[in-house]
Design a protein around this ligand. Structure first.
Ligand code: BGC
Length: 785
């Protein structure tokens, strides 16, 4: 416990309480009078430290009801190093900080600003309980990594963990303690703007990646100087917003909820994620923020998770607009009883919890449980030992945006690129190529690659495609550039808030196309950078049209009339409708919004220094009307495949994806054979070894993501036609064959059955291995009683 807290406690609290505090928790002369720190209680999920629990209880025993409620309040403060401004709202927050009636602040960053804000609490409040500082560190802090959807395309859990660790290191060096990431909402609708923030459509992949990110942010010690608390969000269902419209209602059946949406959250709780965030949406009529079954009964009781649940921004108050709460007091009553511990920016708890406790509508036990969760995290972060422990300007200078971090960002970025098509093997280009035209509204854009939710990235700080190409080629290559068109009018201004306003697209000014066409005529290859502005995805950025906005297709078509060697360098945050572009361009390189090192990473792939290895974490449709589109659909009673019309498909578009889940090409080719199962019959406690030989049949070394899918043919509930159940990414040298093995066991085969239990149902199964969800090598096996 920090010295100031301790001495203040000694000064103001009755001797009796202080004695209890000392006896139960404070180390005396280096000895602890309570069970020592190594005595751990294994909570199915996280390790709870007995000593910490005593400290939490001791602090709780000192608190007034106002101080307790204060710990459940989180404010946003966008002020700088000098502290709150003179605005009325900031002054109000300032007063609350002084009284010790704020538990956490979000949106304050930099050591100087955080130190100043912490100082207000430490020098003025009675108990001197340090604040926790939170920020949306979603894909990097100042060194920006690919947007999460893009990074997920790497299927490389090691580098995903590393990028989260670097983000944590930079954030912690800037004074922060807590990120609101990862978003582990399974999301299957390309219209939904926040699809960019997750890991795509698949539950298994989202689970694995979510765990990697949590491990990266938190390391194995929250109190370490370079780690921060992670936040599994949004609990729950947010990714299933009807029609892909942000904040919209979610209608999902109980079984689908358990089988598809909850598993990443269960895994997050099991690896000890420190916090959860609930969600804006309602699920079948109950707002997630007020959902008692999900938060209190399932997460906190059944899963036995001891962490902190923060509301989403204003989501407690929004239960009034939902039509679920009469007023703020009612909203507070519902939220806290449901298990929503901390109120982010609803001003609901501070206004009404005291009255609710007095009226008996909220028990002291419920209030105390929420406060305990906040205090526990503060102890775990080491803030009671030193409230300024993350405030070190020297570290901030050394650790943020370092050369080493940028190198890692480049590595992650190149591994996130997906080669969607490469007809005629235009790629890779030789570095000695005579001439290249880099064309398009995003070709020399140094800002769009940073994507949305870019934390503290500097405006225009990414390496543009043009710059990356220039860095890569030999002196003998002539590089030309034409923008061709503007994508938006006007482009989001430096420093403008991501929520500022909708974008406007340029649909009229085509005056630059002619110059671009003239340029295209004289070069060997055109690199055409088109796609989406950084702010076309992210919160509140849903779209009904997921094609190319503005005049981008016009530019593409005009160029392809004069030069067929077009490589589309696609920069985007969602699966787009690429149907027309795919007809026109022989090569498409999916480059997402790749972050700070975007242009260098793309050049690494374009010139073959890196052989692309990314695979889509989400299906790309032929048409937006197919959305939500995902590979692991159910068969229906009238499965697709028949030529008769009365089958489940569309009359004017295919039902399948244009580019399916798991798809991604390489500069080499991989062939699969010798697919074997160790046995074709097991009971639920046994397992099957699956093996397959994968050969690099081309001339370049390359990495392949070997994927394993299963189907449970008959179940107490209808099961998907294919489900990803394993993957391995491995380097295979040219001409080399590697044997890849997987294990199929109860964990692979179980699901949340009609009995409302996770269990394996005996019966017949199919299993596939391959390089995408279209994997064709198939075997069968059965599970017997
Ligand atoms: C978002 C959250 C985010 C929070 C704080 C909300 O609008 O839904 O994901 O963490 O704001 O910025």
């Amino acid at each position: 416990m920090n010295k100031t807290t301790k001495s203040l406690l000694l000064g103001v609290i009755s001797v009796k309480i202080v004695v209890i505090l000392l006896v139960t928790s404070i180390p005396v002369n280096g000895n602890t009078l309570v069970p020592n720190d190594s005595e751990l209680v294994k909570n199915t999920t996280t390790l709870i430290n007995v000593s910490t629990e005593h400290k939490v209880d001791s602090v709780l025993a000192l608190m007034t009801i106002d101080e307790k409620i204060g710990q459940l309040v989180q404010y946003s403060g966008k002020w700088n190093a000098t502290g709150p401004s003179t605005s009325k709202r900031d002054q109000y927050k300032h007063d609350k900080l002084k009284k010790g009636e704020v538990g956490s602040m979000l949106n304050i960053a930099s050591v100087a600003s955080i130190r100043e804000t912490q100082r207000i609490v430490m020098e003025n409040s009675r108990l001197k309980i340090p604040l926790i500082f939170a920020y949306d560190v979603i894909h990097g802090y100042k060194t920006i990594f690919p947007i999460p959807l893009g990074e997920s395309a790497s299927w490389d859990l090691g580098i995903i963990e590393k990028s989260a660790a670097i983000a944590a290191k930079e954030a912690a060096a800037s004074g922060l303690n807590w990120t609101f990431a990862p978003m582990i909402d399974v999301s299957r609708d390309a219209r939904w703007g926040r699809i960019m923030e997750g890991s795509g459509e698949d539950t298994y992949l989202t689970t694995k990646i979510g765990v990697a990110r949590i491990n990266g942010f938190q390391g194995n010690d929250l109190s370490a100087a370079h780690t921060i608390a992670a936040c599994a969000k949004h609990f729950v269902g947010y990714g299933f917003a009807e029609g892909g419209r942000d904040y919209n209602t979610v209608n999902i059946g109980e079984f689908e909820l358990h089988n598809t949406i909850l598993p990443p959250f269960k895994a997050a709780s099991e690896v000890g994620v420190a916090t959860f965030m609930n969600a804006f949406n309602d699920i079948d009529g109950i707002p997630a923020t007020g959902h008692k079954y999900l938060q209190r009964d399932l997460l906190k009781k059944d899963w036995n998770w001891p962490g902190l649940m923060v509301s989403d921004w204003g989501s407690i108050g929004e239960m009034i607009a939902h039509g679920y709460a009469r007023d703020l007091e009612h909203a507070s009553e519902i939220a806290i009883n449901a298990g929503s511990d901390m109120d982010m920016e609803s001003y609901a708890y501070e206004a009404s919890l005291k009255t609710l406790v007095e009226k008996g509508k909220v028990s002291t036990a419920i209030l105390d449980d929420a406060v305990r969760r906040v205090l526990r995290l503060k102890f775990q972060l080491g803030l009671f030992d030193d409230p300024y422990k993350y405030c070190d300007e020297e570290r901030e200078k050394a650790d943020v945006y370092s050369k080493e971090n940028l190198e890692i960002a480049r590595d992650v970025a190149k591994k996130s690129i997906v080669l969607l098509k490469n007809d005629n093997q235009i790629l890779p280009l030789s570095k000695k190529i005579k001439s290249i035209a880099v064309i398009g509204p995003l070709a020399d854009d140094k800002d769009t690659p940073l994507g949305n939710w870019r934390a503290r990235a500097d405006y225009n700080s990414a390496v543009s495609l043009l710059e990356g190409v220039k860095h890569a080629v030999s002196k003998s290559t002539a590089i030309y550039y034409e923008k061709g068109i503007e994508l938006t009018i006007p482009i989001v201004k430096p420093g403008e808030n991501q929520f500022a306003r909708p974008l406007e697209f340029n649909t009229t000014d085509s005056s630059g196309i002619e110059k671009a066409v003239e340029l295209a005529k004289k070069v060997e290859v055109v690199l055409l950078a088109i796609g989406e502005d950084a702010y076309q995805t992210g919160e509140g950025r849903s779209q009904v049209d997921i094609g190319f906005k503005g005049l981008q297709l016009e530019l593409l078509e005009a160029i392809q009339k004069v030069n067929k060697n077009i490589v589309i360098v696609l920069m985007n945050g969602r699966p787009m409708d690429l149907s027309r572009a795919s007809e026109v361009a022989p090569t498409i390189l999916e480059c997402w919004h790749l972050g700070s090192e975007s242009g260098n990473a793309i050049a690494d792939v374009i010139f073959g220094d890196y052989n692309p290895s990314g695979k889509l974490p989400v299906s790309f449709p032929h048409h937006v009307g197919q959305e939500p589109l995902y590979y692991n659909q159910k068969n229906t009673g009238r499965p697709y495949g028949s030529t008769q019309v009365t089958y489940s498909s569309y009359r004017d578009a295919p039902r399948s994806a244009l580019y399916p889940f798991g798809h991604g090409l390489s500069y080499t080719t991989f062939s699969y054979d010798n697919f074997k199962l160790s046995t074709t019959e097991i009971n639920a406690s046994e397992h099957i070894e699956v093996s397959v030989n994968v050969t690099n049949a081309g001339k370049r070394n390359g990495e392949e993501v070997v994927q394993l899918y299963i189907r449970d043919l008959v179940g107490s509930l209808v099961r998907p036609i294919k489900e990803l159940k394993g993957f391995k990414k491995l380097m295979i040298k040219a001409g080399e064959t590697k044997t890849v093995t997987f294990k199929i066991n109860a964990e692979t085969l179980q699901f949340y059955t009609a009995n409302k239990k996770w269990e394996v149902e005996p019966g017949a199964f199919e299993v596939w291995v391959g390089g995408s969800s279209l994997a064709e090598l198939k075997q069968s096996f059965s599970v017997v009683e």
